[in-house]
Design a protein around this ligand. Structure first.
Ligand code: M6R
Length: 366
């Protein structure tokens, strides 16, 4: 059942070239300029004219929601708010019939997410679901939706569900950008081709496994770890930190890199590993200076960079190279080494990777 892998988590990490492909199957064919998503088509007018999109989710699904905020605001120019379902439902939020609420959930059973969407529904908003489990409670409670088609995810730590969510959300942002005329055709075409090439690039990123085992060996006894990213890689920093803490029990925090100097920088010393996601995108120069700030305080830098980077290797303690892609799609690649890093560290620490203590695969109580 684990297909020869020692844990479901590792199997699921390695399934990602396939699961990402499955999540876009029938929805994207770049060659023939085809992009389609049934659930969106059904509510096309509502989506295209939406004044605001509110995303509700928990945990890793909330991180996918944050990526979507960057994507939808940039490509489709619709304001997006990303809410922890548990906070949203209890704070008397302002919701109207003109809002679209997107609920993201792998299991489709998360109690807070379900309650948040029921609340939004009672106020007249249109509810769109992005779920992995077909026929789940959240999927049934929505007006429309798109399944992620990642296949069953057994490991408690979400991996392939996250990349499938981000794939579906990227497609939604592209479809909306094209329908609203906010995304020019040449850029749209480039993104379509780029998204289609992601499974092959994920395959390539998975070849980093041996290098990451060697890095994990050096940091397995760490007590703390900081993850930094900017722009599209900021949610990836949060996701990397969550992955590490939930399965290895190492305390980890994800931060937008520029926030470091507003507090966390005080933590940095020679014992502090700092994972920096520093791919070549619009925030590259800025994140290079954040790396320098960490090095000046003797922190250990594990940098995830774009293949061929020549600046960061001169500064970082470890450099993990991932294939080049558009910055809009980079989370689909930059998250891969972080999943592997937390997996190997957890295994080396003798943790129960697939079923970490105190956690359940679906959180059906609030
Ligand atoms: O099934 P859901 O996507 O609604 O679950 C949300 C969170 O409980 C889930 O992502 C959790 O944070 C994972 N254990 C993260 O790996």
């Amino acid at each position: 059942e684990k297909g020869g892998y020692p844990h479901f988590m590792l199997k699921e990490i390695f399934e990602q070239p396939r699961s990402i492909l499955d999540s876009m199957r029938g929805r994207l064919i770049a060659e023939s300029d085809h992009m389609m998503m049934g659930g969106i088509r059904e509510f096309e007018n509502k989506f295209v004219n939406a004044e605001r999109i509110i995303i509700v989710a928990c945990g890793t699904s909330w991180h996918a929601g944050l990526v979507a905020e960057y994507l939808i605001e940039d490509l489709a120019r619709i304001p997006v708010e990303v809410e922890y379902a548990s906070e949203f439902r209890y704070r008397n939020p302002i919701i109207s019939e003109r809002d679209i609420v997107i609920a993201i959930s792998q299991s489709g059973e998360t109690a807070d997410t379900l309650a948040a969407l029921e609340l939004a529904k009672s106020k007249g908003a249109t509810i769109f679901g992005i779920c992995n489990v077909v026929g789940s409670s959240i999927a049934r409670a929505t007006d429309a939706g798109a399944y992620t088609h990642a296949g069953p995810e057994i490991g408690v730590a979400s991996t392939k569900a996250f990349t499938a969510q981000v794939t579906v959300l990227s497609l939604i942002a592209m479809i909306l950008g094209s329908k609203r005329g906010t995304l020019e055709t040449t850029k749209l075409r480039q993104l379509m081709v780029e998204l289609e090439s992601i499974p092959a690039k994920v395959e390539k990123a998975l070849e980093l496994n041996d290098q990451i085992i060697a890095i994990s060996e050096q940091y397995k006894d760490a007590t703390n770890c900081l993850y930094l990213g900017r722009g599209y890689n900021f949610p990836v920093a949060l996701e990397g930190a969550l992955k590490l803490k939930e399965i290895s029990y190492i305390h980890a925090e994800g931060y937008p890199a520029a926030e470091m100097k507003h507090g966390p920088i005080a933590l940095i010393d020679a014992q502090m590993p700092v994972v920096v996601i520093a791919t070549q995108d619009s925030s590259y120069e800025k994140i290079v200076s954040n790396i320098q700030e960490v090095k000046a305080r003797k922190g250990k830098i594990i940098a995830v960079v774009t293949e061929g980077d020549t600046t960061i290797p001169a500064m970082a303690d470890h450099v993990i190279e991932i294939p080049e892609t558009s910055e809009h799609l980079v989370p689909l690649l930059s998250v891969i080494p972080l999943q592997l890093l937390s997996y190997h560290i957890a295994v080396m620490r003798g943790c129960n990777v697939d079923q970490p203590r105190n956690l359940a695969k679906s959180v059906t109580v609030e």
